[in-house]
Design a protein around this ligand. Structure first.
Ligand code: 6CS
Length: 348
């Protein structure tokens, strides 16, 4: 009887780690079945990232680790996925901080416009090296059972719209779709816009019907999700970088055997370069495709520095709002990040 209790306790513990004692790996070794959910679909950066991650883990572990990758949609909305990771229903997720905006206040730091350098490469270096993000912000997420193992860019963000946007006044009363984060709303209110949070699964139809008039995203996503088909303008504003996080459930991760944790960490680090190259190639390719799509002509407006400065000026007070109204540590993480950006900043 005791043996039975002990055995079932062990298998419960193992199941909680996505770990099977029966083992399908070589020589009867333990095997691991993990779920990895993404906010994007096949072909898009997050999904391809997770698939590559799964392949590398499979190879390194000699088939012991089996990661099932989920496209966006199958497991609910982006915020549903945040809850699934938090509760441990899924072990791994690529997550955008915008969808944790109502949970991890400090994570909204990525909503601040004109914070990171203009160069995507310099931004990625900061995401790799920053202690403010990789230590301090990570701890804030861990209070909610979410461990961000890495931060990586999916490219510079641009605006698409049904009317021209080249100066802040063009945003006056403009119905802007955003992710569900109070600071993203604040950022667009600072330009005079009327922001509405919604899942991207509803965005094509909402743009088509005029429920919203514009949105922000990296170019690959604008093209792959066909938003340019239902928009007339794309403004190259580079007002922010789209940052994604590779996240794991904190308790699950902490309870993994050491060698599995190391394999995960090592793969996460290797994938930083892969992700950079993937977004770079996809963003470049989609820019050409959008430019050459004569059936769905999109007017591309490239903002010059003076025009960007006008937006930068309006965006500046949002940092104070973050410090005073959003941050639970009086903006300490932002202060540190600003200093790191200054030190590592790049092109200026
Ligand atoms: O705009 C969005 O909500 C989506 N954009 C990207 C680049 N990835 C997933 C996210 O949900």
């Amino acid at each position: 009887m005791l043996g039975l209790v002990a055995a079932s306790t062990l298998s419960l513990t193992l199941a909680a780690c996505g770990q099977n004692d029966e083992g399908s790996g070589d020589g009867g070794e333990e095997s691991y079945d993990w779920k990895f959910v993404t906010e994007e679909v096949e072909g898009q950066v997050q999904y391809e990232y997770a698939q590559e991650f799964a392949d590398r883990m499979d190879e390194k572990s000699d088939g012991q680790v089996n990661i099932e990758v989920y496209e966006f949609g199958g497991l609910g909305s982006e915020t549903d996925q945040v809850e699934q990771l938090e509760s441990g229903t899924v072990e791994m997720a690529v997550m955008s901080p915008g969808f944790t905006g109502n949970m991890v206040n400090e994570g909204q730091i990525f909503a601040l416009h004109f914070l990171f350098p203009d160069s995507v490469e310099a931004t990625q270096n900061i995401l790799n090296e920053s202690e403010a993000l990789n230590t301090d912000l990570r701890e804030k997420y861990e209070e909610h059972s979410i461990t961000p193992l890495s931060f990586w860019t999916e490219g510079a963000m641009q605006w698409t719209s049904s009317s021209e946007i080249s100066e802040p006044a063009d945003f006056e009363g403009f119905k802007m779709r955003t992710q569900d984060s109070p600071l993203i709303l604040e950022s667009y209110e600072a330009y005079g816009a009327d922001p509405t949070p919604m899942s991207w699964s509803e965005l094509y139809t909402s743009l088509d019907r005029g429920t919203v008039e514009g949105q922000e995203n990296p170019i690959f996503f604008i093209g792959d999700a066909s938003f340019h088909e239902v928009q007339d303008y794309m403004t190259i504003s580079n007002h922010n970088n789209y940052v994604a996080m590779t996240t794991v459930n904190t308790d699950w991760y902490n309870e993994l055997p050491e060698e599995m944790q190391e394999m995960l960490d090592e793969t996460t680090q290797e994938m930083q370069e892969w992700a950079f190259d993937e977004q770079d190639a996809q963003n470049e390719e989609w820019l050409e495709t959008i430019k050459n799509d004569e059936e769905n002509a999109t007017e591309i407006i490239e903002l010059d520095e003076e025009q960007r400065d006008a937006f930068r000026e309006k965006a500046e007070p949002v940092r104070e709002f973050y410090r005073e109204e959003v941050s639970t540590v009086d903006g300490a993480i932002l202060d540190k990040l600003e200093q790191e950006i200054e030190e590592m900043g790049g092109e200026e």
